[in-house]
Design a binder for this molecule. Structure first.
Ligand code: FAD
Length: 338
């Protein structure tokens, strides 16, 4: 019987034959509400997946596979069943404010009722609270442009990625929230930048539809090369002799499942340029640990930074000392996650 590990990327479960598969379900969550959501979801899924196991923490030898990776290498029809209903953004113009913030979910509920069975209300409440906090209480879109590179704290960036990736916050709804904010407070470069970032997310999604195999190739868009990848356990990575920033970011990733965009970029640059490791093993590490893991954004960004993706400028090298001078001048990030 095959065995797979599922964390927050639960939508991808459907292509697998759940009767024939032992599934270790190890979601990452930040609050008891989220944990409760996953527990309910687990209970619903157990009805159709007899070999589903809830695991609180994962030991190394349980780490057989990460889903997208495994699905690709076993040439499964990964994602195919869900692709049509994941085509959720910018398909119908002009945008209208949605009655529910999860039209994607409404569609998915029709197709996959058990996956959503009685699992959603607490999650909805939490998302509503977060949206209110971001757009109404703190009016954070006003400052996003100046703060988005902050590596510590709640307010620097939106922190909506995990809601988006799990499909519970529809990106069109979020887009409309920004537009609504602009109609009250004015459209600025800062509010526009949030939309720009959402477009990156969508770009990777659509781009992947065109080049699905290249997203897992060592040479990315340049050519197909599926040579074996050497992966690295967190223990091995912790023992590597490299910048303290690398260890701090690894520590944050393993402890929280999150890294700011800036930290992801610097970490990936060290991985690719300083440690000279295969970008695909870095992508796999993120796949296994990010709370907002999204196959398109993750592999798309890694490929981009490795110089084999959509960036015409080639490999991106981040000078770590300079980056820290700019984005961690007081050393607070290193101190927090050392
Ligand atoms: C190596 C690497 C791997 C990444 N892996 C993922 C991943 O698995 N899942 C994921 O959601 N994002 C990924 N990103 C993109 C980005 O880092 C996160 O979306 C962002 O840090 C999440 O925090 P936020 O919601 O506060 O972002 P914000 O800065 O508030 O941005 C708003 C939204 O725009 C989208 N977005 C922002 N930056 C990017 C980007 N570079 N590419 C695509 N979409 C973006 C996200 O949906 C995000 O929630 C990755 C970036 C890098 C450099």
């Amino acid at each position: 019987m095959r065995r797979i590990l599922v964390q927050n990327n639960f939508f991808l479960l459907t292509p697998f034959d759940l009767n024939q598969t032992e599934v270790l379900f190890a979601p990452k969550y930040k609050s008891t509400i989220q944990k409760d959501f996953f527990k309910r979801r687990f209970n619903a899924l157990s009805l159709i997946a007899p070999h589903l196991k809830w695991v609180e923490s994962i030991s190394e030898n349980e780490f057989d596979v990460a889903l997208a990776w495994d699905a690709f290498y076993e040439k499964k029809t990964f994602g195919n069943k869900l692709d049509p209903i994941q085509n959720r953004l910018f398909s119908s113009l002009p945008f209208k404010l949605q009655e529910s913030f999860t039209p994607f979910r409404q569609l998915a509920e029709v197709h996959l009722p058990l996956l959503f069975n009685s699992a959603t209300p607490p999650w909805d409440e939490e998302i509503k609270k977060e949206l209110h906090y971001y757009f109404v209480d703190k009016k954070l879109p006003l400052t996003y442009l100046n703060t988005r590179n902050e590596m510590l704290g709640r307010d620097g960036s939106t922190k909506f990625s995990s809601f988006l990736s799990s499909g519970f916050l529809d990106v069109r709804y979020l887009y409309n929230e920004v537009k609504q904010f602009e109609s009250i407070h004015g459209a600025t470069k800062s509010t526009g930048w949030i939309i720009f970032e959402l477009l990156w997310r969508e770009f990777f999604y659509w781009h992947y539809q065109k080049y699905p195999r290249h997203y897992f190739s060592k040479n990315g868009l340049k050519s197909l090369d599926f040579s074996v990848v050497q992966t690295h356990t967190p223990q091995e990575l912790q023992n590597m002799n490299v910048y303290p920033f690398f260890h701090a970011a690894l520590n944050e990733l393993l402890s929280t499942g999150f890294l700011s965009n800036r930290a992801r970029q610097i970490f990936a640059s060290i991985w690719i340029n300083d440690l000279q490791l295969d970008w695909r093993s870095g992508a796999k590490l993120f796949e296994e640990n990010l709370i907002d893991y999204d196959v398109y954004s993750n592999y798309g960004n890694w490929m981009y930074l490795a110089g084999v993706g959509v960036d015409p400028r080639g490999k991106r090298y981040f000078n770590v000392d300079k980056q820290l001078e700019n984005y961690d001048p007081s050393g607070a990030y290193l101190k927090t996650w050392k």
